[in-house]
Design a protein around this ligand. Structure first.
Ligand code: 2P0
Length: 327
């Protein structure tokens, strides 16, 4: 197809969490985060600029995007058009290889793939850090999916930076999808609510950097026990700040707590496995590779767990041959 470019990007799971914006309107983060890009949970996005279009056409999973999801895509396209000095509207076709109704976030993989496909379709050859900065302006976690393996996004940083390659640790991520409750409050709104109303938010922002530094040191030293301990404290500190909001922001559910308990029980049997939860009820568990099958089977037995996915560490965003995407 003329001028069309297709990019693939994968989800990332924060081991040390981002929750909260730095002052200003640039979508910079208030705390540093450290993530692992996964091999699964990918988004494939094709972008084509067409002088014949009078508006951007955005199809996500075969459905025309509207409202805020569409506006966020158009804003990223606008930023890249301004950079390229171009004005044509685009056709964007994006598909996830994981169920969109699964409650797993798709904005990280989605905006990283969009930034790469759209910039390539405009003929821009952006360095990874620049791509990461455009993706971050759309959704901060997307800055991290531009890179593979272990990735840091520092507080107030415009771009994420790679920390270690995908094979740095012998681990995989086991994801326990729990029963979905009512539609959760989105991350952007949830963090603004936490900032505005939680008395624990200032404590979260004050203590997050030391936890990040500890986790980063442990990662580089391949000290999985310390990395896991800082990882669990990060997610629990983030949820503590959310829980102390008014009205309370409660993303954790009964099944979430049962999975956490099972992970602790497995650990007491000598298995290196550490949990983290995002703005939802699912549990992502970083597991030493030798124990992945056992942990996946055990978590599948926990009442309220609907499905278990296993994902290896993966690569950053990349251009791929234009595949047959259903428009
Ligand atoms: C993270 N989350 O570090 C944290 C942990 C969710 C909980 O980044 O407002 O979709 O688009 O910048 O990136 C989800 O927030 O938020 C997120 P915006 P984003 O992965």
């Amino acid at each position: 197809m003329n001028g069309a470019k297709t990019a693939i990007s994968r989800a990332n799971i924060a081991l040390v969490k981002y929750w909260g914006k730095a002052p200003g309107n640039e979508n910079l983060t208030a705390v540093p985060s450290l993530s692992l890009t996964l091999a699964g949970l990918s988004t494939r996005t094709r972008v084509r600029f067409d002088p014949g279009l009078d508006a951007d056409r955005v199809l996500i999973g075969g459905v025309p995007a509207e409202g805020r999801p569409r506006a966020r895509v158009v804003a990223l396209l606008d930023a890249l058009r301004a950079r390229a000095g171009r004005t044509e509207r685009a056709e964007v076709v994006s598909v996830n290889d994981f169920p969109t109704a699964s409650g797993l976030a798709s904005s990280a993989s989605g905006f990283a793939a969009l930034a790469l496909a759209a910039s390539a379709a405009l003929g821009l050859e952006l360095a990874p850090a620049e791509l990461s900065s455009y993706a971050r302006a759309a959704s901060a976690s997307a800055a991290r999916s531009v890179f593979g393996g272990y990735v840091a996004l520092l507080a107030g940083a415009h771009a994420a930076e790679p920390v270690a390659p995908p094979d740095h640790l012998d681990v995989a991520m086991v994801i326990a999808l729990t029963t979905l409750g009512p539609k959760a409050i989105g991350s952007t709104e949830g963090m603004r609510h936490t900032e505005a109303t939680s008395p624990y938010y200032p404590a979260w922002v004050a203590t997050a950097p030391a936890l990040f530094a500890e986790a980063r040191r442990a990662l580089l030293a391949r000290d999985l026990e310390t990395l896991g301990a800082s990882m669990e404290q990060s997610t629990l500190m983030m949820h503590a700040a959310m829980l102390a909001s008014r009205p309370a922001l409660v993303y954790l559910r009964d099944a979430t707590l049962r999975v956490m308990e099972r992970v602790r029980a497995l650990r007491s049997q000598g298995i290196a496995a550490f949990f983290t939860m995002d703005a939802g009820p699912h549990v992502k568990v970083l597991v030493e590779r030798a124990a992945v099958a056992k942990v996946a089977a055990e978590l599948g037995q926990v009442p309220g767990v609907e499905r278990v996915l296993v994902s290896e560490p993966g690569l950053g965003a990349e251009l791929v041959d234009d595949a047959a995407l259903e428009g």
